[in-house]
Design a protein around this ligand. Structure first.
Ligand SMILES: [Zn+2]
Length: 248
């Protein structure tokens, strides 16, 4: 799963059957609302693949609620609000699933002909949004964990994530592969996500964690760094029928 940077505010990571796309600050100026971010994701896909796609997005509430889209009819291109949830799933090619983040982790899953996009901050991880999403992939589409690729996008790094004991205690309730995610009053959320995915049955060799920290890097929006005026990144996954993004 090599990365390709398009140089236009989006990082494309090929996955089984599709691609995960991670927008950064250049691709999403501060001030875009949730619909505007979904629109920006759709515009990036149009640039990379030359086609207009529907982009599903949700009201995010740090829950473990999931939404599954199965086509009865084909959606028109553009943003579509699906309601409140923090993970979206589909098996429909070109139907794009998007979440927005500032310090929370975006986690893309793909395999067995399905994709899912997850918004995972510490609250969502403590509520086991990853376990619920992987459970839905199996229940709805028969996709087993060992057939999945995962890409954990950039969120807040341990360098900027001192937390209280209650956060550590909440995360510790989930079974994980090892304790490498916790330090002294510090949590590495991306590491937690990868050891949780391993405990859920994913092959650790197929879990890719993108390096970086939203609070460290001016390339990203960060709530912890910028406070209330902070913008948000968009993050998306879609099935592309074997097509790869055009080179920059
Ligand atoms: Zn940092």
């Amino acid at each position: 799963m090599a990365e390709t940077a398009s140089g236009s505010g989006v990082l494309a990571v090929p996955m089984t059957g599709g691609v995960a796309l991670f927008g950064d600050r250049a691709g999403a100026p501060a001030g875009l609302d949730e619909r505007g971010l979904a629109d920006a994701a759709g515009a990036a896909i149009q640039r990379l693949f030359g086609r207009a796609v529907p982009v599903l997005y949700a009201r995010q509430e740090h829950t473990r609620l999931t939404f599954t889209y199965s086509a009865g009819e084909s959606l028109p291109p553009g943003p579509h609000l699906v309601g409140t949830c923090d993970a979206l799933l589909t098996v429909e090619p070109w139907t794009t699933l998007a979440v927005r983040t500032a310090d929370c982790l975006p986690v893309a899953l793909a395999g067995g002909g399905a994709v899912a996009m997850v918004h995972a901050g510490w609250r969502g991880l403590a509520a086991d949004v990853l376990g619920f999403t992987i459970g839905r992939l199996r229940a709805e589409f028969g996709v087993t964990p060992e057939t999945l690729d995962a890409v954990v996008g950039v969120g807040i790094g341990p360098c900027h994530y001192e937390v209280g004991a209650e956060v550590v205690a909440a995360l510790e309730r989930q079974p994980v592969a090892d304790g490498s995610w916790r330090g002294n009053g510090v949590v590495d959320l991306a590491r937690f996500a990868s050891v949780r995915l391993a405990a859920l049955g994913l092959d650790p060799g197929r879990v890719q964690v993108l390096a970086g920290c939203t609070a460290c890097s001016p390339r990203y929006h960060s709530y912890r760094r910028d406070g209330d005026p902070a913008g948000r990144q968009w993050n998306a996954v879609l099935l592309t029928e074997g097509l790869r993004p055009s080179s920059p």
